[in-house]
Structures are given as C-alpha cells and as structure tokens.
Design a protein around this ligand. Structure first.
Ligand code: DQA
Length: 147
C-alpha cells in the first residue's frame, strides 16, 4: 500500500527559505523522515513537490485511486485554490492537511484554508514532525485495530 505526500509551491526551497520561520530542514530531509516513517508503518511512499497549481491538481489525480491516504502541504495554494480543494474532494482515502508553521499565528490571509473543509484533519505548527504525525494518523485510520 502507498501513502502520498504532496507538497506545493516554494517548499523546494525549504532550508534556505525564511529559515527563522520554516527551519533548516530541507525538502530532502522531509522526504527521508517520511520515508522512514512509511517503511516503519508498512507503506510505500509517493513523495512529490510542485510549484504549479495545475500540476498539484494532476498529482492529486495521479494518486487518488491508488493511495491509501494523502498528506498534503499545499503551501500558498491552501489559501487560494478552489481547484486543489475540488481535486481533494474527489479523494475517498483520508486527506491530512499539513503546515510546518502554525498558520493561525501568522497573517490573517493564512488563517483561511480552502482545503480544510475537505480534509480529514489538519496539522499545523509542528514543523517536519507534523508530516510524521500525519502519516501515523493515516495508518491508524486504515488499521484502527492497531491502536
Ligand atoms: C505553509 C504555510 C503557508 O501559509 C505558506 O504559504 C507556505 C508554507 C507551512 O508549511 O507552514 O508556503 O504551508
């Protein structure tokens, strides 16, 4: 079984991008953390990043039938994209929205998420560990007896 981790715009610059806010871990570090966690949980990982809204929609379409869950940091598109929300609304598997930062302590435009209403749950403010927690939650939802 596969869990997809989808990342949106500017996350390719993690580690070099506003490190005081987003920390020094790179996207490759995040992928390693997700890979380790997925293996421990008995899943394959499909980890992707794009800077383009339509490509993020394509990534959701690519994995929607296969993945047992989607962990998504849509980054800035969280706050703007009806298209990403509509794509996620077609997914039957659990969808976990992740943000490295606590968006609710930041600018008001980051307090609004277009995708939260179609997500199973939202993780924000835990840094890279939030991805790990989201993966663990997907596994728990798929195998509640393992709790
Ligand atoms: C982010 C928060 C968004 O508001 C921002 O646009 C990002 C990253 C986060 O992980 O904290 O690019 O999703």
């Amino acid at each position: 079984p596969t869990i997809a981790v989808l990342n949106g715009p500017n996350l390719n610059l993690l580690g070099r991008r506003e490190p005081a806010l987003y920390g020094t871990a790179t996207l490759a570090d995040l992928e390693k953390l997700c890979d380790r966690t997925a293996i421990e949980l008995g899943y394959d990982l499909d980890f992707r990043q794009t800077n383009h809204e339509g490509t993020l929609v394509d990534h959701i379409h690519d994995v929607r039938d296969r993945a047992r869950g989607i962990v998504i940091n849509a980054a800035a598109y969280t706050h703007t994209s009806v298209a990403v929300r509509d794509a996620l609304a077609t997914v039957a598997a659990p969808v976990i929205e992740v943000h490295l930062t606590n968006v609710h302590t930041r600018e008001p435009f980051r307090h609004v998420s277009y995708i939260a209403a179609v997500a199973t749950g939202v993780v924000a403010g835990f840094g890279p560990a939030g991805y790990e927690y989201a993966l663990r939650h997907v596994a728990t939802l798929n195998s509640p007896e393992a709790l």
